[in-house]
Ligand binder design. Sequence first.
Ligand code: AMP
Length: 142
Amino acid sequence: MSVSLILAQKGNDVVTVTSQSTLADAVDILAMRKIGAVVVVNKDKTVCGILSERDIVRQIAETGAEALQESVSHCMTSKVVSCDTSETIDGLMEKMTTGRFRHLPVIENGELVGLISIGDVVKRKIEQAERDADEMKRYIAG
Ligand code: AMP
């Protein structure tokens, strides 16, 4: 299954913040939207980073609760690994495993068009395994 098919099912909505937002703003958004990461964008909507709950936990562990007043730019990851719509689930799994992260922004012609989380990937893998098992059962039953 390709990224474009996943996006056709889940939509193109991506929750973003700017690098000037505070960590407190980001925490509110993560909690309200029940998500684990936000993509950081410039004014022209190009991607300049990603901030996950892990970055925020690390920052609070280092500097305490005052960290929440710091700007996103201080603790986001700037070197973002992304994917495009033609990539497959197996390719995404490989990127997530190698990079040890759970989120992949989808970028097409320089534009942010979606976000795939590890949950999206696992869901499709389970569905695929169930389809394969059903097919095998039907085959065995003749
Ligand atoms: P996650 O597992 O996605 O919560 O993120 C773990 C760490 O990897 C955090 O420091 C994130 O900022 C970073 N990270 C998450 N997604 C990406 C990505 N697509 N490219 C680069 N770093 C990422």
